[in-house]
Every structure is written in C-alpha cells, then in structure tokens.
Design a protein around this ligand. Structure first.
Ligand code: CA
Length: 231
C-alpha cells in the first residue's frame, strides 16, 4: 500500500511518515504541489494525504488536477484550516475525507485504513457451498432458489459470508450492521439470525449458520472454526 504525503511542514511530514511507516505502509513525501502532481501522475498511489497550504499552490488546486486523471487515488485533506467552509469546499472538490490539525495519530490511521479499504475493488459475488450472495444486485440464492431477505438480514448474511469460518460476536454484528454501539440490545442479533436461518438454512440438509458458544455466530459449510492468521 503506497501513500503519498503532501506536506511542507517537516515536523508533521516526519510524524506522519514515521507513524504510517510503522503501520506497514510505504510512504512517499512531497513538499510542494508541483512535486505532488508529478508523483501522482507517475505512480498509482492507494491514498494521498494532502495539506491545503502549500508553498507553491493551494492544496485544492492539487486536488482538482489530481481528479482530472482517469484513475485517481482517494484523497484525505489534512489542514489547519478547520473552518466549515474549507471542509465543504474540500469535499465538494472531491476529497474523500478531511482531518483538521492538530490531530491524534490514531485518528489519522483509522481514517487512512477506512479510505484504503473503501478503495479496494469489492468482490461482486460471495459463494459458500450452494449459497450465493450477489453484492451488487443484492440478491441471494441457495441451490438455485432465490431468497428474499430484508435489508438488515442481507447485511448480516453478507458480513458472515465475508468472514467465512470466523466466529463473529453479537456486538461485532450489531456494530457492523447497525453502524452504532448497541450494548445490551445484542438480543436483536439472535432474532435476525433466527429469521435468516428460517430462510437460508431450515429447508436445506447442510446448515451454514453455526452458533459458536460463548461468542456468537459463524457461517461456513462445516462448523470447524478458523483461527485468525490461519488463512
Ligand atoms: Ca502547509
């Protein structure tokens, strides 16, 4: 994963460079807009972290020019200009996210990870056994029978399928599917799993959704769990 950091302030460039480097990213630096554009045109970066106040040009101009390329990397604006207007302008001009200085490194890292993840080509179809989930058309079928799922049921199933063989806790499922912390309301997961089972498992001899005692649920053709790192 290659990240270009466009920043003229050496102290910040160094801090970001070292932090992202130790998080496993390959980092390149550009101290001005012109160098940044040359690099963006020459290399396919997975992410560009862009300061707005550069010595030779406005970071927004870099953003606009970078966006004229056919394939342009996601851009995270990093700037001391915390005004709402600047944020809006940055996002309108095509930035993917905006972080105001000063910032905590963990915050930057979380956003970097999210942006890079978003940029990954996502798998269009998930297939486990005879169960198929089409992520684009949002259709599910098993053994050739098409199955109607409610939106939350679909999201839970997709999450389970993407993590095939890994037990997922109720809390993880709630936080992923409802996008919020739902402590104490994790029973709702059991309710949805019951609905899902009645639609995708009950009629079929091979059960795909397994209850993992003390943890939550897992989807696979067998009930054997996979430890993280095993695949
Ligand atoms: Ca600057």
């Amino acid at each position: 994963m290659r990240i270009l950091v466009v920043e003229d302030e050496e102290r910040i460039a160094d801090f970001v460079n070292r932090g992202l480097g130790s998080a496993g990213y390959e980092v390149e630096l550009a101290q001005d807009g012109q160098t940044a554009l040359e690099k963006i045109h020459a290399v396919d970066y997975d992410l560009v972290i862009l300061d707005l106040m550069l010595p030779d040009m406005d970071g927004l101009a870099v953003l606009e020019k970078a966006r004229n390329r056919k394939v342009s990397p996601p851009v995270l604006i990093l700037s001391a200009k915390g005004e709402v207007d600047d944020r809006v302008t940055g996002l309108e001009k095509g930035a993917d996210d905006y972080l105001v200085k000063p910032f905590a490194f963990v915050e930057l890292l979380a956003r970097v990870r999210a942006l890079i993840r978003r940029g990954q080509p996502s798998v269009e179809k998930l297939v486990i056994g005879d169960l198929t989930l089409d992520c684009i058309r949002r259709k599910v079928s098993r053994g050739g029978d098409s199955i109607d799922l409610a939106p939350k049921e679909f999201s839970i199933l997709e999450y389970l399928m993407r993590n095939r063989g890994r037990p997922l806790s109720r809390t993880m499922i709630v936080e992923h599917v409802w996008d919020m912390e739902y402590d104490g309301l994790t029973n709702i997961v059991d309710v949805y799993i019951r609905h899902l089972r009645s639609k995708i498992d009950d009629k079929y001899p091979t059960k795909l959704i397994h209850t993992v005692r003390g943890i939550g649920y897992m989807l696979d053709t067998t009930a054997k769990t996979v430890e993280p790192g095993e695949r």
